[in-house]
Ligand binder design. Structure first.
Ligand SMILES: *Cc1c(COP(=O)(O)O)cnc(C)c1O
Length: 587
């Protein structure tokens, strides 16, 4: 099996002093700030939290998203409606005095930044700059450019991407930041390369660039691609690009090979200008190389920020049993020696906290002694939320023979995603139809950070049923693993690396179609999960322990950020950055 990229990276001389600049359209910074929509934003936030813990010299750029993503409401019939989530940046951030401009269509748009200081475990600060166009000097339309995360049409999106990529580079200069690595977290930020090229030309006309100018920009840039789903790669028409970005820039981007099928492809743009690129799990690296065969693409498997996602009771237990786990998550490997009762007691308390929340939200009192499955994620169709309902009679039979089964669902569909909304409708309708004394199915409204933490820590088994190979990584199962909760999942994304059958959870076998995979799901529940849970508490405790030891110690951002530092940010200058390592192991 080939885990290395097929083509070598060009590790030319890297600038050796300065900061890493991390650009992301969404970042889950604080549960009270609605600046993220799902996995990409949570990953970005967890990356920054670990960078702060490890003392990596890094700053981040995103948009303010003043109206948030959206608050989800579900009718009893299962219809989703949305509300905006306005928030006030000044409640959490400090306004920077700097102002810069970007040109959009034929307008000059002024941009400011709000700084949020993310403080790591040993006091190291990662500043996050939230770009904002809501200024009186801008027109009404432009004032709204940084309001809605993934809102509006592709015109709005391209304009936001100019603010993020080009605005971010310019605001960094205005703030006097010295940056030597630009990390594009997904293609949304790819226009930063254009700002860097223009900067390289000292404001001269773009037409005068040479190959060595392009090479100079490439030395600075690093890119992470996040999805094999084609719709997840931003593309803009030539007409749009000429109108919004300008004819000259469009012509250059075309010559640089960033267009495909007549569309500006942000993934291609990012790849063209990056000295290092990666996918977010081993398998996703392979899929990305087959999608973009001209480029070397590595993989660095995602993780989650352990202290953010481990439940309070589990944290207390770990502090008592494995105190070094906070300093270095690798020590979680020592969970292999935990007293079994300790992990069970901690999980019981996490389950109780979850069921209390379910009761307060829905009035439904669930039974803490009954096997409880969790399924929560964006309601994208490839995630197949209703696979578990393929054969309702079979599911009812499993629940009855198990002496009870509880299933907790949650997830938002993008406001414009009608098939996603239909999926939620279908799950809720089926839940009403099937729920009885033996089978309880609950759909919880408004999936977000706080609910995600309660669910991944409090259920007994985390279920994931994506259609292969569309799950680039998935991270919610990692949150579960850090709480000792095993997964029952399709072998896609991170689970290919994380699944040890019967030790960290169970694989749903690949089938030729949905129906075959549903059959495997039912049979694993019937023959592996239910009997172990109901008949063998000691073996279940050992399963939780191996899940935490094997997967908690690896699928965390503490390990992941070290890999980015060594492979992407400072691959050949490692020794010169010994200071980074020293900070990492201090305390
Ligand atoms: C962790 C998380 C996700 C990502 O879940 P996946 O398993 O990657 O689908 C999405 N949304 C929220 C709120 C999360 O906490």
């Amino acid at each position: 099996m080939q885990s290395n990229p097929t083509k070598p990276f060009s590790y030319e001389t890297l600038p050796s002093t300065g900061l890493v600049a991390y650009f992301s359209m969404e970042i889950a910074i604080d549960p009270r700030m609605p600046t993220y929509s799902g996995g990409l934003g949570v990953l970005a936030g967890d990356t920054l939290r670990s960078a702060a813990d490890l003392g990596v010299p890094l700053v981040a750029f995103t948009l303010a998203h003043r109206k948030g993503y959206f608050q989800q409401h579900l009718s009893s019939a299962g219809d989703q409606t949305e509300d905006i989530q306005p928030w006030e940046p000044s409640d959490f951030c400090t306004e920077e005095a700097a102002r810069i401009t970007v040109s959009i269509e034929d307008r000059v748009v002024t941009v400011r930044a709000w700084r949020y200081d993310l403080v790591g475990r040993y006091g190291h600060i990662v500043p996050i700059y939230l770009l904002d166009t809501d200024l009186e000097c801008n027109s009404g339309w432009d004032r709204g450019l940084t309001d809605h995360l993934y809102g509006g049409d592709t015109n709005y999106r391209l304009q936001q991407e100019i603010v993020l990529g080009m605005g971010g580079v310019r605001i960094a200069n205005a703030l006097g930041l010295k940056l030597n690595v630009y990390h594009m977290n997904e293609g949304h930020a790819a226009l930063l390369t254009l700002a860097l090229l223009e900067q390289q030309l000292g404001g001269g006309p773009l037409a005068t660039y040479t190959e060595s100018d392009v090479a100079a920009v490439r030395r600075l840039c690093v890119f992470t691609t996040h999805t094999p789903v084609p719709a997840g790669h931003d593309r803009f028409s030539t007409e749009q690009t000429i109108r919004i970005l300008g004819g000259d820039r469009t012509a250059r981007l075309e010559r640089l090979g960033c267009f495909q099928d007549g569309l500006l492809n942000m993934t291609l743009l990012a790849l063209r200008f990056s000295r290092y690129a990666n996918g977010v799990a081993m398998q996703h690296g392979k899929v990305s190389r087959s999608m973009f065969p001209e480029f070397p693409i590595d993989s660095i498997t995602n993780g989650v920020h352990a202290p953010t996602w481990v439940s309070e009771p589990m944290q207390q237990m770990l502090d008592a049993q494995i105190p070094a786990w906070r300093r270095d998550n690798l020590y979680l490997r020592n969970a292999i020696d935990l007293p079994e009762q300790e992990i069970i007691k901690a999980h019981d308390r996490a389950k109780e906290a979850l069921l209390t929340e379910v009761a307060s939200r829905t009035g439904l009192v669930l039974n803490p002694r009954v096997l409880t499955l969790g399924f929560a994620r964006r309601a994208a169709t490839y995630k197949r939320a209703s696979l578990l309902f393929t054969d309702p009679e079979r599911l009812l039979k499993i629940a009855t023979e198990a002496g009870g089964l509880q299933i907790l669902y949650s997830g938002k569909a993008h406001p414009q995603d009608e098939p996603g909304k239909a999926l939620i409708h279908n799950v809720i309708e089926t839940a009403h139809r099937l729920s009885n004394d033996m089978l309880r199915i609950v759909y919880l409204e408004n999936y977000a950070w706080d609910l995600g933490a309660l669910l991944t820590a409090g259920v007994d088994v985390w279920v994931n049923t994506p259609r292969r190979p569309y799950e680039a990584s998935g991270t919610s199962g990692m949150k579960a693993a850090l709480n000792g909760v095993p997964s029952l999942s399709i072998l896609d994304g991170w689970w290919i690396e994380g699944c040890i059958e019967g030790v960290t959870g169970w694989a749903i076998e690949d089938g030729a179609n949905d129906a075959e995979e549903a059959l495997s799901l039912y049979s694993k529940l019937e023959t592996s999960v239910v009997p172990l849970y109901n008949e063998s508490p000691e073996r279940w405790a050992r399963l939780m322990r191996t899940t935490l030891a094997f997967n908690g110690s690896y699928f965390n951002t503490n390990r992941m950020v070290k890999q980015y530092t060594r492979n992407a940010y400072y691959p050949v200058k490692l020794l010169e950055h010994a200071a980074v390592e020293e900070t990492a192991y201090a305390g």
